[in-house]
Structures are given as structure tokens and as C-alpha cells.
Design a binder for this molecule. Structure first.
Ligand SMILES: *[C@@H]1O[C@H](CO)[C@@H](O)[C@H](O)[C@H]1NC(C)=O
Ligand SMILES: *[C@@H]1O[C@H](CO)[C@@H](O)[C@H](O)[C@H]1NC(C)=O
Length: 428
């Protein structure tokens, strides 16, 4: 069980990240990001999403593309954007001219009114095991960065890519985290790129997959940030009371083993579905509320600055996702990761502190689609009380989960997505 196969993650272009839930009524602003995915035919227009993001104090949003309607809608809102170049762009973006042309038409027009601060080139490419995609990744990242340099935008916009946790071969204990050995040769130059350009290493991490794969052995409290006894890493003696932090630290260890322990690790996706198929254990509104609510509280209250291994690194986490997206393929859970329903009402209560919710939930009642919901936060109940989780079982789950489903996603939906984008452009 020390073989850890971390779960891979999800959704392709689906997400948005709002980062920064403000707890209404409190001065507290959390650096929570939100993935703003749009694989649905019933989602509100980007203009309607602005107040939703504002209502929860969102300061960071992650888009899977560079949807011009979204970028325009968020002009002068102060919300920071991480935008994406899909996997289908890898070959094309190797050409610096094409990269520059893309930035000129998809990024530059929205600056500086829309705060685009990061471009992620490719999503979970390394776990597709597709040599041509993998070979094109770093060249594409480099071209995009070079284009930004040429346009004088590299200081304000960083370039990175997102990875599935399945790039790890060992995840337990966190101190023994290691990348899949067959990936180290392509990862090393990418890590060098991050170090040189100052961009973060992004991971999509879903403790949910670990739980789903081994519901009998994985402690639900450990994955849901509920009080539990936690586990102690036998080598580092560090105590972990939640799986997400253990996963993050396993990534830090893997990076350190290749000599890049100082790269900042950000969580580009994490979340929990509120609904799933019969064989998808744990996908309930109650668990989703605990996972996302506790996570947001944890970040908001900043009680823990970072993870046990990197206590001084800010947690930089993007929740997946803003909306339930009805057109995502795959198991039922895939269409139910949203904090909000398409009409803007909360998919479930996040259980955040009453006052905030009250403050900014009012608009959610508007029957139109002005999504609102406040996400507030109370005290993170992260102090560990009891409930046995033997490290072995707890960890097995951490590492064993793998959602191969996600890996196959793109193919199935690139086309519809391309069509949709095309339509959007026409519309403009
Ligand atoms: C609540 O939301 C409204 C509308 O989005 C906003 O104007 C107001 O400032 C928010 N209140 C707080 C306390 O954040
Ligand atoms: C990719 O390769 C790894 C290592 O050989 C393997 O464990 C994994 O299952 C493969 N994934 C896919 C999607 O083929």
C-alpha cells in the first residue's frame, strides 16, 4: 500500500475558480479560488456570474479556456483570472508565432481591465500517456512564455500547466512522495521551466477519488476535514488530520526528490460531488458540504497557513466547481461537483457561519439566474479528535484512487466544446 496512486482529477474545461470567499460581515477574505466550468446548456451568462462571484467574495477564477464573454464580463471587477489553453492546442502552440497570435487575440484585448495573471497550458497531459502530447507540452509552455516576454506581459502573467495527482507513484507517507518514474525525464525540464520563470506547480487533487475507491478503508472524517485522529508520517513525524494536506505534501516531497522542493504547489482543482451513481460511495450533499465547507473555513480562517511540511506557504486552492454542469460525460458525480445549481441557488448549504450566509444569500432568491450564495466560514474544526485511521488503510486510500475516467475525457468532448466556442465567437 505504499504504492500510491493518487487520484486523478477532473474536468477538463469545466471549471472556474473563485478564489477568495469573503465572509460577509467579517473582514476575513480567504484566498479561495473557484473553477468556473461551463459544460452545460443551462448556465447563466457570464454577466450574471459576476455578482455571484462577488457575493462570495471571489477574488480568483480559473477558466478552462479564454472565453471572451467571461473575460469581458469581469473587466474592472478586480477578480484575478487563470485561463487555459486546452490540450488540443499543444501542437500549434509550439510555434512561437502562433502562441503570440493567440495571446494577441485572446489575452491582450482584455488587459488591463480584466486581471489575467496566469495561463495554464494543457490539462493533466502527462497522465494521458500520449507521447506526442507529452512531447509538445514543454515547447508549448515555452512558446507561450516567450510570446509573453515579447509582448512585455511576462511579469504580470505566468505560465504553467495542471497535473493529475496520478503523476505520483508513491504518496504514502507524504515524506516518501515520488513521481512516476517514467515521467521524471519529462517532468524535470518542466520543473526547471517553473523555477526559471517563477510559476507555480499545479495539481488537481481529489481525496474523493480515494474514498470512492476504498470506502471501507478510508476514514471519511479524514477526507472530509472532520475531527479525527489523523495519521503521523513515520519519517517526518508530521501529523496529518486531512488527506488533502497529505496529498499536497507528497507532491512537495516528490518535487524535492528531483531537486525542486522550493517550487510552490497550488491546488488547481479539488472538490466533492453532492450526487453520484449507486456505486459512487460518498457522493452526497452532506459530504460535499463538509468537504467544501470545511475546506473554505480552513482557508478563510487561515488557522493553518500551509501544510505540515510547508507551514509558511500559503494554501492556494481552487475549488471545483462553481456550477453543476449538466453536459459533462461520465458518472453522475461528474455533473454534480458544483457549489451552485445553474439557476444560481446553492446546490447545498455550505454550512458556513450564519451571519455571512444571511448577508449575502438574499440575491440567490432571485428567480432569474443571478447566482448567489454566500459562503461563509466559521471556525475550522480541524482539531483532531478521535477516530481511528490506521495509517496503512488511511493511506491506501489516499493513494489508490484513480479516476481513469477523467483521463479519457477530452476526446469525448473536445468537439462539442470547440463548437460551442465557435458559436460564442459568432455571437460576438
Ligand atoms: C453582498 O452582495 C452584494 C451584491 O453582490 C454586495 O453589494 C455586498 O457588498 C455584499 N455584502 C457583503 C457584506 O459582502
Ligand atoms: C499510464 O502509464 C502508467 C505507467 O505505465 C500506468 O500505470 C497508467 O495506468 C497509464 N494510464 C493510462 C490512462 O493509460
Amino acid at each position: 500500500m505504499e504504492f500510491a496512486r493518487f487520484c486523478s482529477s477532473s474536468c477538463w474545461m469545466v471549471v472556474i475558480l473563485i478564489s477568495g470567499f469573503v465572509f460577509a460581515g467579517f473582514e476575513m477574505v480567504a484566498a479561495v479560488g473557484i473553477n468556473y466550468g461551463q459544460i452545460g446548456n443551462n448556465l447563466p451568462s457570464p454577466d450574471e456570474v459576476v455578482p455571484l462571484i462577488k457575493s462570495i467574495g471571489g477574488t480568483k477564477v480559473k477558466l478552462y479556456d479564454a472565453d471572451p464573454r467571461v473575460l469581458r464580463a469581469f473587466a474592472n471587477t478586480g477578480v484575478e483570472f487563470m485561463i487555459g489553453l486546452g490540450n488540443e492546442y499543444m501542437a500549434k502552440m509550439q510555434d512561437p508565432k502562433q502562441a503570440q497570435a493567440w495571446i494577441k487575440s485572446n489575452v491582450q484585448p482584455y488587459l488591463p481591465d480584466t486581471k489575467i495573471t496566469c495561463i495554464f497550458v494543457g490539462n493533466e497531459i502527462l497522465t494521458f500517456n500520449d507521447t506526442s502530447l507529452t512531447d509538445n507540452l514543454l515547447p508549448a509552455m515555452q512558446s507561450v512564455h516567450t510570446a509573453l516576454v515579447n509582448l512585455g506581459l511576462d511579469k504580470q502573467i505566468s505560465v504553467t500547466t495542471t497535473h493529475s495527482l496520478a503523476i505520483l507513484e508513491t504518496s504514502y507517507p507524504p515524506s516518501a512522495g515520488a513521481f512516476r518514474s517514467d515521467l521524471t525525464s519529462c517532468l524535470t525540464p518542466i520543473l526547471n521551466f517553473h523555477a526559471k520563470t517563477g510559476s507555480p506547480f499545479l495539481i488537481n487533487a481529489y481525496p474523493y477519488f480515494a474514498y470512492k475507491a476504498n470506502p471501507k478503508q478510508v476514514s471519511l472524517d479524514f477526507v472530509l476535514f472532520q475531527p479525527n485522529q489523523g495519521i503521523v508520517d513515520p519519517s517526518s513525524n508530521l501529523h496529518y488530520d486531512n488527506m488533502l494536506f497529505a496529498q499536497i505534501d507528497a507532491v512537495y516531497s516528490a518535487l524535492a526528490s528531483l531537486g525542486y522542493g522550493k517550487l510552490p504547489v497550488h491546488i488547481s482543482e479539488t472538490g466533492w460531488p453532492s450526487k453520484g451513481d449507486q456505486d459512487e460511495a460518498g457522493a452526497t450533499p452532506e459530504n460535499a458540504k463538509k468537504y467544501n465547507g470545511n475546506l473554505i473555513k480552513l482557508i478563510a480562517h487561515n488557522q493553518k497557513k500551509g501544510t505540515p511540511m510547508k507551514p509558511n506557504n500559503d494554501l492556494n486552492i481552487y475549488v471545483f466547481a462553481l456550477f453543476n454542469e449538466n453536459m459533462k460525460p461520465g458518472p453522475t458525480s461528474e455533473r454534480n461537483y458544483g457549489l451552485f445549481n445553474p439557476d444560481g441557488t446553492p446546490a447545498y448549504s455550505l454550512g458556513l457561519s450564519g451571519s455571512d450566509i444571511a448577508t449575502n444569500t438574499s440575491s440567490s432568491s432571485s428567480s432569474s439566474s443571478s447566482p448567489t450564495g454566500s459562503t461563509t466560514i466559521t471556525n475550522p474544526s480541524s482539531d483532531p479528535p478521535p477516530l481511528p485511521t490506521t495509517s496503512s488503510t488511511g493511506y491506501m486510500s489516499i493513494s489508490s484512487a484513480q479516476e481513469s475516467y477523467h483521463l479519457f475525457w477530452p476526446a469525448s468532448f473536445l468537439l462539442p466544446w470547440a463548437l460551442k466556442l465557435f458559436l460564442i465567437f459568432i455571437e460576438l
